[in-house]
Structure formats: structure tokens, C-alpha cells
Design a protein around this ligand. Structure first.
Ligand code: FES
Length: 213
């Protein structure tokens, strides 16, 4: 379910009760979506702001998850805003919006970066990958995603897509890390549930999956 959507009124309580925690985690991993209404207020505030003096709207092409996407961006527009609110890629989350939590992490040319702190117009010639681009077109999950399912590695999962992207990026340079190395490698990501030990176990499982793939 997308952030702004209300629960399906036709969904019976009995059906909801039958969903296991594993089912819920699996659906969240596949879409990168968790419920939050705070974005609705945040985005309306951002879009209500006038462009800075001298700013010029630009129609640019971005390479996102292997696709060429044409989009209008303002000079001061951040990548996370473009991804979420213009390209509909809401798997990338906004937590702090000031480069402190890692919820907005995406890969830019295979390097994990906070998309809340990158101006969209600066990545026109780069390859952007979001959580939506991890699974294969046939729906097969990325080994790191599968590791999270296997270990049920998150509580609320708001931070999950950021952790996944940080881990996938780190494993590109160190595919066989120790637990300590991986912990250090993804230490730019924060979990408000503070479930770090379980997250790390899931990510180590994902790393193992990736080596076997
Ligand atoms: Fe970008 Fe927190 S939202 S680092």
C-alpha cells in the first residue's frame, strides 16, 4: 500500500489476522513501502515553497533502475524528492532530511549516498539505483532482500530500504565482510527501533546469499 493510500475498506479483519509477520515483511521488502502520513505534510510544505531567486526549472533525463526517466526538476530539488514525488519511487524514505539517518540511501554509480543531500540535477549523467531496482524483473528478490526475509530482520522497517541499499553498495566493494566490517560499512544508517543486532544478522545472511548466487 502506498504511503498516501488508505487501507482497503473491503479487507476483512479475518484476512488481516491471517497475515503472518513474515508475510508482512515480505510485502514491505518487495515494494519498499511502509505507512507514513508525515510525508503528506512534508511534501506539501516543500512544493509550496517558491523557487530560489535565479532558479530555473529544467527538464532532464535520469537513469533510474536502468530506465531513462524524463522529469522536470528545480535547481534546489533533492534527489529523494524527485524519486518519491515525481517518479513515484516511494521505497526511498525520508527520515531526517538532513544527512543523518540514512533512510534515503540509494546507489549512485554503485556508491551508497543520502539522496536527501544530493541535488537531482547533479546526477543526470549517473546511474541511480533505488530499492525498487533490486529485485529481478521476474520478481526474484535480491539476495540481500531474501536474507532479510529469512531472518525477519526489522521491526517497523521504515529504515529498511536505506539499510538494504547501504548493504548492497558495501558488498560491491567487500563481498565477504566480517560482522564487524559490515557493521562499520553500514554505520551511516540508523534504526529508530534500535534492532541493530538483528539487522546485522539479516544483512550477513544476505551477504552469504549473494556469494552463493
Ligand atoms: Fe536522508 Fe536521513 S533522510 S539521511
Amino acid at each position: 500500500m502506498a504511503d498516501h493510500e488508505m487501507p482497503d475498506p473491503g479487507c476483512s479483519t479475518n484476512t488481516s489476522m491471517k497475515l503472518s509477520r513474515r508475510d508482512i515483511i515480505k510485502s514491505v521488502i518487495a515494494t519498499g513501502v511502509v505507512s507514513s502520513t508525515s510525508y503528506l505534510f512534508r511534501v506539501s510544505r516543500v512544493w509550496a515553497q517558491a523557487s530560489a531567486p535565479g532558479a530555473v526549472d529544467r527538464l532532464i533525463t535520469l537513469n533510474v533502475n536502468g530506465q531513462q526517466r524524463r522529469v522536470d526538476v528545480m535547481k534546489q530539488e533533492t534527489l529523494v524528492m524527485t524519486l518519491r514525488y515525481k517518479l513515484g519511487l516511494t521505497g526511498t524514505k525520508i527520515g531526517c532530511d538532513q544527512a543523518e539517518c540514512g533512510a534515503c540511501t540509494v546507489l549512485i554509480d554503485d556508491v551508497p549516498q543520502y539522496s536527501c543531500s544530493v541535488f537531482t540535477h547533479t546526477v543526470r549523467d549517473k546511474k541511480i539505483q533505488t530499492v525498487e531496482g533490486l529485485a529481478k524483473p521476474d520478481g526474484t528478490l535480491h539476495p540481500v532482500q531474501q536474507g532479510i526475509i529469512d531472518e525477519q530482520g526489522f521491526q517497523c522497517a521504515f529504515c529498511m530500504s536505506g539499510f538494504m541499499m547501504a548493504t548492497v553498495g558495501f558488498l560491491k566493494v567487500n563481498p565477504n565482510p566480517t560482522r564487524e566490517e559490515l557493521a562499520h560499512g553500514i554505520s551511516g544508517n540508523i534504526c529508530r527501533c534500535q534492532d541493530y543486532d538483528k539487522i546485522l544478522t539479516a544483512m550477513m545472511h544476505g551477504a552469504e546469499n549473494l556469494r552463493k548466487a
